[in-house]
Design a protein around this ligand. Structure first.
Ligand SMILES: Cc1cc2nc3c(=O)[nH]c(=O)nc-3n(C[C@H](O)[C@H](O)[C@H](O)COP(=O)(O)OP(=O)(O)OC[C@H]3O[C@@H](n4cnc5c(N)ncnc54)[C@H](O)[C@@H]3O)c2cc1C
Length: 384
C-alpha cells in the first residue's frame, strides 16, 4: 500500500523524492527511520546507554523533578520525588532542564519563573518574571482522509487481522526482520498545498490502516482501509502550556489553539484536497472503497474544515514554549541560558522559536549536540 501511495502520487503529478533530508524537501517517497536491529533506536539507545558505565553519570529512574531551587538569581539544586521519597540534588556547575515542550515550561512555572499574574494567582512567589514561559506552543495540526479498502492487504486490529500477522510476528521474533521491523508510516511526502506557495507547506503520512485519534479508535481500525494524514507544516496559530496548580504532580493545561489563524484552515483544506487527488489516482483503483472521513459529500471549504475540526489531531511535535531569542517573549538566550538567571539552561524541543517544517526528533538531537558543545566550551573556560 505504501508503494501504491507513491505510485498514485506520481500519477497525480507530484514529484518523487528519494531523500526528504537532501537538497530538496519536496515530493513523495519513503521516510528515513531511526531503526536498528528491528527496533526504534532512540536517544537513550544512541547516547545514554553507551555512557552508562561512566563514573560521572548517575541516572535516576522513577523520579520526577518538582522544582528548581534558587539562591538569589542562581539555580543551585532541584527538588525531586524519587521512588516515593523526596530528595534534593545540588548542582556544582549548572542545571540543564530537558523536560520537553510541555514539562520544561511547567517546571519553570512551578519554580517561580514565568508570567507573574499566572504564578501569583496560584500562590507561587514570582522569583523572576519571564512572560514567554509556556507561550508560543506550536504543533503540527493534523487531519486525515480515511478510505475503506476493498482489499484486505493492510493492517486491521481485528482477530482475523492479528491472525494474518502471525507469520510476520514469528519472523520478527526470530530474525527482527519483515513488516514488524519497519514503521507503520513508511511512505509520505512534503507537498505544496497549492500552486501559490513556493515551498512545501503540508506533510503527508500514509498509513495502511484506518488510523485515527492516535490509534485509539480500535473499532474503526478493525476494518480494512487506509489513511493519509495531512499536517500543516508551518502553522501560524500558537497556544500555551500553563500550570493549574502549585502541585508538581498536577497536569498543566495544554491549549494548542489550533486553527485560531484562518490561514491554517486554508492550508489544511487545500492539503486535504491534494491528498484526495493522490487517493483518486489509478494506483488505488483496486483498493478504493468509500471515503469515510471527511466524506465524499464534504466538498466545500466550510464542509471540509467543519469535519476536520471534529477529528482534529496532532503529530506529537510540540515546540516553542521556552523559545530561544532576544525579544521580550524569549525564555532562553542563544546559548540556551534562561534569560536573567544564572546556572540554568533549557535544552529540548521547547527552545525552537518556530516549528520546523518536518519531524522534530532529529532537530531536537541537533539542539542537544549543539548545547553539549556550548556547555563543554564553557566548562573548559571559554567565555561564549
Ligand atoms: C508518540 C510519539 C511519536 C513520535 N514520533 C516521531 C517520529 O516518528 N519522528 C520524529 O521526528 N519525531 C517524533 N516524535 C517527536 C519526538 O519524539 C520529539 O520531538 C522529541 O522526543 C522531543 O524531545 P525532547 O527532549 O524535547 O522531549 P522528550 O523526548 O519528551 O523528553 C523529555 C523527557 O523529560 C522527562 N520529564 C519531563 N518532566 C519531567 C520531570 N518533572 N522530572 C523528570 N523527568 C521529566 C520525560 O519523561 C521525558 O523523558 C514523536 C513523539 C511522540 C510522543
Amino acid at each position: 500500500m505504501s508503494e501504491a501511495f507513491v505510485d498514485a502520487a506520481r500519477q497525480a503529478g507530484f514529484p518523487c523524492n528519494s531523500d526528504f533530508n537532501g537538497a530538496n524537501q519536496e515530493g513523495v517517497g519513503y521516510f528515513h527511520l531511526n531503526i536498528k536491529n528491528g527496533r526504534r533506536f532512540g536517544a537513550a539507545d544512541a547516547y545514554l546507554k553507551p555512557a552508562m558505565t561512566r563514573q560521572n553519570l548517575t541516572v535516576f529512574t522513577d523520579a520526577q523533578v518538582k522544582k528548581v531551587v534558587f539562591e538569589g538569581k542562581r539555580s543551585v539544586a532541584v527538588e525531586l520525588r524519587h521512588k516515593g521519597r523526596d530528595r534534593v540534588l545540588r548542582a556544582n556547575r549548572e542545571i540543564i532542564l530537558s523536560g520537553g515542550a510541555i514539562n520544561s515550561p511547567q517546571l519553570l512555572q512551578l519554580s517561580g519563573i514565568g508570567d507573574r499574574d499566572i504564578l501569583e494567582n496560584l500562590g507561587i512567589r514570582c522569583l523572576h518574571e519571564l512572560p514567554g514561559v509556556g507561550k508560543n506552543l506550536q504543533e503540527h495540526v493534523d487531519a486525515c482522509v480515511l478510505v475503506s479498502s476493498r482489499k484486505n492487504s493492510g493492517f486491521t486490529a481485528s482477530f482475523g487481522g492479528l491472525l494474518k500477522m502471525l507469520p510476520d510476528t514469528i519472523r520478527y521474533f526470530l530474525s527482527k526482520r519483515g513488516k514488524l521491523a519497519k514503521s507503520i508510516t513508511e511512505a509520505g511526502g512534503f507537498i505544496k498545498s497549492s500552486d501559490s506557495v513556493n515551498r512545501p507547506d503540508v506533510q503527508l503520512h500514509m498509513l495502511p490502516l484506518l488510523f485515527d485519534d492516535s490509534g485509539r479508535d480500535l473499532k474503526l481500525m478493525s476494518n480494512p482501509g487506509y489513511s493519509v494524514h495531512v499536517c500543516v507544516l508551518r502553522p501560524k496559530s500558537s497556544g500555551t502550556v500553563t500550570i493549574t496548580s502549585a502541585d508538581p504532580f498536577a497536569a498543566p493545561e495544554i491549549d494548542y489553539n489550533f486553527f485560531a489563524d484562518p490561514d491554517d484552515c486554508k492550508v489544511m483544506v487545500d492539503g486535504i484536497r491534494q491528498a484526495r487527488r493522490i487517493l483518486a489516482a489509478k494506483a488505488f483503483d483496486d483498493y478504493r472503497g468509500e471515503e469515510l472521513h471527511p466524506g465524499a459529500d464534504r466538498q466545500s471549504d466550510e464542509q471540509i474544515i467543519e469535519k476536520v475540526k471534529e477529528k482534529v489531531g496532532l503529530v506529537y511535535h510540540p515546540v516553542g514554549t521556552c523559545k530561544m531569542g532576544t525579544d521580550r517573549m524569549a525564555v532562553v538566550d542563544p546559548q540556551l541560558r534562561v534569560h536573567g538567571l544564572e546556572g540554568l539552561r533549557v535544552v529540548d524541543a521547547s527552545i525552537m522559536p518556530r516549528l520546523i517544517s518536518g519531524n522534530t526528533n532529529a532537530p531536537t538531537i541537533a539542539i542537544a549536540e549543539k548545547a553539549a558543545d556550548m556547555i563543554l566550551e564553557k566548562a573548559e573556560g571559554c567565555d561564549i
